[in-house]
Design a protein around this ligand. Structure first.
Ligand code: GTP
Length: 355
């Protein structure tokens, strides 16, 4: 077996900014509505998350109360900031302007410590609880905060990206998927494998989700056929077609009874609505969080008997199946002459290449 690769991920930010909530939602399947019950973290809570084959994430959830923050940048500095792969710094968008200034000061101190003890580490910033800002103001508020904190960055540190996030929508998945993606050792090979699989299936694209968290790990290179172009323009001009519910549109029935999920209920209905008219932007993160909800409510899935599902929708076919022990693949096909069974055969043949 491949040797384990352990990556240290530091999760930092002020008290109540939402660090433990996001960790619990992503790694422990906690529902967002239950995060208000989480107690304050004391010191540092370390956990190990087996992630995709040989990768282990060593998460350090660092308590955000002032006394703790101060000790991280003084007495505990060399312990906390050594051997870091990624720093995720969380700002609460609702923080008062006075506290925001002191947050920026800590942020800068943390970046300095990171540069001293783990110069190769990458930092990501989350401006969190964006749901608390009205939709109309969100992009302006985000841009202003982002600008301010980038001005507080330390020359030499790799602050890779700033994300606006909320536990109430797919933005959290998007941010964490992109962050964790940077730690996956064989990401390029995965992308290549998915691109080959996509071509073999005659599909539009294929994506890989990690099994426990449903974080999106890799996706194929975009393959655009003329058919796809037609589809995209057709769905853009007739958005209501996704709601029309033709007989094929609502058909989520399995082709092999007992093997595929029979009843997907409202989750399938929501998935159905993620049709080609929305094939842009956050589609995978949405699918990812919907699948996670579905998984949590599906007994056969949670006891590991779940084998996969497929949906035949008016505009495309989606097949989701386990690929390796730690991942699911989703193949999206826009040619209705290609049967789901054929896609499944291709996925099964591709399996050993991904193990
Ligand atoms: P410490 O352990 O003290 O450092 O706090 P923390 O950063 O771990 O905060 P925690 O995850 O405990 O969350 C604090 C509160 O924020 C909880 O009541 C969460 O429900 C709430 N919260 C977390 N994320 C969000 C979000 O995206 N939006 C909103 N509205 N509330 C959130």
């Amino acid at each position: 077996p491949a040797p384990m690769i352990k990556k240290k991920v530091l999760l930092m930010g002020r008290h109540q900014s939402g660090k433990t909530s996001m960790r619990s939602i992503i790694f422990q399947n906690t529902l967002p509505s239950l995060t208000s019950r989480l107690g304050a973290t004391i010191e540092v809570e370390q956990s190990h998350q087996r992630f995709l084959g040989s990768l282990v994430l060593n998460l350090w959830d660092c308590a955000g109360q002032k006394s703790f923050l101060e000790s991280y940048i003084s007495a505990q500095k060399s312990t906390i900031f050594a051997h870091v792969g990624v720093l995720i710094y969380v700002f609460d968008v609702e923080t008062s302007s006075q506290d925001w200034m002191s947050d920026l000061k800590y942020f800068r101190e943390c970046l300095k410590a990171l540069l001293d003890y783990s110069p190769e580490a990458t930092a990501f910033v989350l401006i969190h609880k964006m749901d608390r800002v009205s939709a109309s103001e969100r992009s302006t508020v985000f841009a202003a905060k982002r600008h301010q904190l980038l001005q507080h960055c330390v020359t030499g540190t790799k602050v890779s990206r700033v994300f606006g996030t909320s536990i109430w929508d797919e933005t959290l998945y998007k941010a964490w998927s992109q962050i964790v993606h940077t730690l996956v050792p064989n990401a390029t090979a995965l992308k290549r494998g998915l691109t080959t699989l996509t071509r073999a299936c005659g599909a539009v694209e294929a994506v890989l989700f990690e099994k426990t968290t449903f974080l999106l790990i890799a996706h194929s290179e975009g393959i655009r056929s003329t058919a796809d172009e037609n589809l995209l323009s057709a769905s853009a001009s007739t958005p209501s077609s996704t709601e029309s519910g033709t007989s094929t549109g609502t058909d989520t029935s399995p082709s092999t009874p007992g093997e595929y999920q029979n009843s997907l209920g409202s989750t399938a209905e929501k998935l159905r609505q993620q049709q080609l008219s929305q094939l842009s932007g956050n589609r995978f993160e949405r699918i990812s969080s919907l699948l996670k909800t579905f998984k949590l409510s599906s007994p056969s899935w949670s006891n590991e008997k779940w084998i996969g599902l497929h949906m035949q929708l008016p505009e495309f076919t989606a097949v989701i199946e386990p690929l390796t022990v730690n991942s699911y693949v989703m193949v999206l096909c826009a040619d209705d002459r290609i049967l789901p069974e054929a896609i499944k055969v291709n996925i099964r043949m591709a399996k050993q290449k991904f193990e």
